[in-house]
Design a binder for this molecule. Sequence first.
Ligand SMILES: Nc1ncnc2c1ncn2[C@@H]1O[C@H](COP(=O)(O)OP(=O)(O)OP(=O)(O)O)[C@@H](O)[C@H]1O
Ligand SMILES: [Mg+2]
Length: 392
Amino acid sequence: MPSHRMLAQFHLIAVFLCIVFYYYPKDRLSSVQLLTEQCQYETGTLCPECFPEPVNCSFFENHITFDGYELMSEIVNRFNQHGVRFGLLNGERRVVIKNLNRNGAIQSLRDSTCEELGIEQENCHLRNNEQFLQLLRQRVLDEDLLEGAIICPPGDEGALARFVQKFDAPDLMTLLLMRTNVQPLVLRLLSQHNLPVPTFIFQGGFTLVESYDGEPLGNFYESPLNLRLKIANELIKASINFTTGVDHFRFYLTDISPDNIVVNVLPNNEAKVSFVDMNNVIILDSHSKRLDPDKRTTSHSRIDCDGCFAYVQEDLCTYHHSDINLFAVCQLLLENLNGNRDKGFLHNTENDSKLIPLRKLLHHCVYCQPPNCKDRQGVLAQIQEMIHTILT
Ligand SMILES: Nc1ncnc2c1ncn2[C@@H]1O[C@H](COP(=O)(O)OP(=O)(O)OP(=O)(O)O)[C@@H](O)[C@H]1O
Ligand SMILES: [Mg+2]
């Protein structure tokens, strides 16, 4: 680039920064103070009945600091569509702070519920009463839902009641989270059972603080084969454990991608994986009386879908068991979502002959056509054995 153009660009950046600094008020609240205020508003005004116990909103001010320079962190946050920020707890432990009420989802749910109940705007408040809860339950069980947390079998009020009862929060809170962002519930339930999800640290209003569990899986695609094999082994274990689930609730993850899995390589070179985006999940009550006793198990078959992951929701929700999590991990290891096998996590760029039989099994796992598929759990067990042999 010619030097005068570079100079002009520097000029523009300098002018931009001057304007930002000039208008940045000196008495402005810091990001953590803003979180404290937001928590006070959410617990005191937006939904006091969600929080019957006092919430320590000063937690944010007293214990959290954000990464990097305050102003920079605020500018980045303005443009951050994820509602996800990284910080430190007590200056030591890395944590992730997630906004559970993106785009005012709680307010929208409140307003539309009031509208349905014929309550006028000025008298519209979130209430933990039967009338309100019944409408919220209907929304959680809405059979047209395609994203967020989906409870199955479809329309099963009993399954929803059994799930809600697992949490000691008011039903209002639990149902609102199920419709807006189910992560605090899922993290609490699953980490108690040692499933690989972040640790729940604190919820202040509709802001969640969870453990920072590592770097995105996408950063490990070019790592040495041994490390990738260890990570693959953890992913396989996780896919089986999410399917087994907790207390007969299975968790089918419908958004497994290299962004939504993070990896922590421990000092002894072992790898820990964590599924960090648990908002898109199908929760099946596998003991529900509504399930047809003849529909025991369904085998997922690959559906062509450029850059996306397609599945038949009805199958996941009407059979006692599906192997979709196992399929999704096989696919992640073999290829990317466009079917490119050079871009799978266990790609074989070094043409390592050790990987050939393993990739053959992965290929079967992804491309077999039911009913001609071998049991995927068995295939994955064979793959784990191969990994073990290569690593020892
Ligand atoms: N607990 C965590 N530890 C480490 N990194 C995390 C954690 N949670 C999120 N991240 C990082 O932040 C990114 C965005 O987080 P997340 O996936 O939860 O948000 P999102 O994709 O915007 O959510 P959604 O899909 O609900 O819109 C992730 O891709 C991951 O890299
Ligand atoms: Mg994500």
